[in-house]
Design a protein around this ligand. Structure first.
Ligand SMILES: Cc1cc2nc3c(=O)[nH]c(=O)nc-3n(C[C@H](O)[C@H](O)[C@H](O)COP(=O)(O)O)c2cc1C
Length: 354
């Protein structure tokens, strides 16, 4: 029995957002000094050269990252790196502070190993995040910055929002993600229409003299044809990759009472759909894909990698499995690679594609 399996029932008695904030505060403390970071690293990090992945001109020490939303304000990047994650995606960061939706807005679906959230881009805004990254530095693993718009912005203002956050935070980022797939922010226009995407990419490209790798994050609920259209735009604008997927608004086969809450569903019930999207994208394009949705074990990470993901991320699986998540996934991935005769993660990427 792990320590977390003893703590979890207590944590799960708290409202989900409170438990998240308590956990984050503990991790912030543990990640804030050299000796405590070293202790975490010693306990949790699992390194092996076969796990390393080179993408976006950067070396990822392992393919298991933390998905956007967990560390919206870059408060625990050092702690997460010390827990053995191969990269951390900060954000979604908006230009100004934003309160998000009314609480409660985060719900556990325990029987389904899932969560529903309708946080609505709550965050401290780009200046606070920038100041923190400057003061505390970035950790020794790659950092992604996920950029978003204010909830009140119209189509034109949204472009300026993305531009401003990109301008402020891209100097700290190993890659930047344009998030146009959040299902629980109020939108007066279609955020992922080809026209709007083209306008965003054009705006950011003009800003990107330093050539920071740029990705777009897609939702799981789009029909196959629109995925194909998306790839066409992404390739036309020379973007560097795709993050697939965000949460889903669908509710199928769920048992937990909280299934009735509105918002984006994450975790186990999303797993197969997001893997399908990864597979569909990987069959149209050679661009790197970061696979996310329902990853909670080495097997589920491996399936996304074999379907074409170069890297994976998780949020809900981390909440359910605790601080040893990255170590267990990485250790398990190495076993799976050896079982199947692959010398490295790189060799396994897309192995299931024809
Ligand atoms: C509470 C919560 C907040 C999230 N916030 C964001 C966000 O701000 N930006 C974003 O791109 N994705 C956000 N996500 C989506 C995750 O990054 C991820 O795409 C999704 O949860 C599927 O992964 P999972 O099944 O491992 O949780 C959030 C997810 C959760 C559960």
């Amino acid at each position: 029995m792990t320590l977390y399996s003893r703590i979890r029932p207590l944590a799960f008695k708290l409202p989900a957002e409170t438990a998240h904030n308590v956990g984050k505060r503990a991790l912030r403390t543990a990640g804030s000094t050299r000796p405590t970071r070293a202790a975490l690293r010693y306990a949790y990090r699992y390194d092996h050269p076969a796990l390393a992945v080179d993408r976006f001109g950067t070396r990822f020490p392992n393919p298991v990252g933390v998905a956007a939303g967990f560390d919206k304000n870059a408060e625990v990047t050092h702690g997460l790196a010390a827990l053995g994650f191969g990269f951390v995606e900060v954000g979604t960061v908006t230009p100004y502070p934003q309160a998000g939706n009314e609480k409660p807005r985060l719900f556990r679906l325990r029987e389904d190993e899932a969560m529903v959230n309708r946080m609505g881009f709550n965050g401290q805004g780009m200046e606070r995040v920038k100041a923190r990254l400057e003061a505390e530095g970035t950790p020794d693993v790659p950092i992604g910055v996920n950029v978003g718009k204010m909830n009140t912005s119209n189509e034109q203002e949204a472009l300026e929002d993305y531009r401003r956050v990109f301008d402020r935070l891209s100097p700290f980022a190993d890659y930047v993600v344009v998030n146009v797939s959040c299902p629980n922010t109020p939108d007066e226009f279609e955020e992922d229409s080809p026209e709007h995407l083209a306008a965003i990419f054009e705006t950011l490209e003009a800003e990107n003299d330093a050539g920071v790798p740029m990705l777009v994050k897609v939702g799981p609920d789009s029909p196959t044809q629109s995925l194909q259209d998306l790839v066409d735009i992404v390739e036309a604008f020379d973007l560097d990759g795709i993050v697939a997927t965000n949460t889903t608004t669908t509710r199928e086969g769920l048992r937990s009472p909280n299934r009735k809450e509105w918002g984006g569903l994450s975790g186990k019930p999303l797993e197969d759909r997001s893997t399908e999207v990864v597979r569909a994208l990987a069959s149209y394009t050679d661009l790197p894909i970061i696979g996310v949705g329902g990853v909670d074990s080495a097997e589920s990470a491996y399936e996304k990698i074999r379907a074409g993901a170069s890297l994976v991320q998780l949020y809900t699986g981390f909440v359910y499995n605790g601080p040893s998540t990255a170590r267990e996934l990485n250790r398990g991935l190495l076993t799976l690679l050896r079982r199947d005769g692959f010398a490295s993660i790189e060799e396994a990427v897309g192995a299931d594609l024809e």
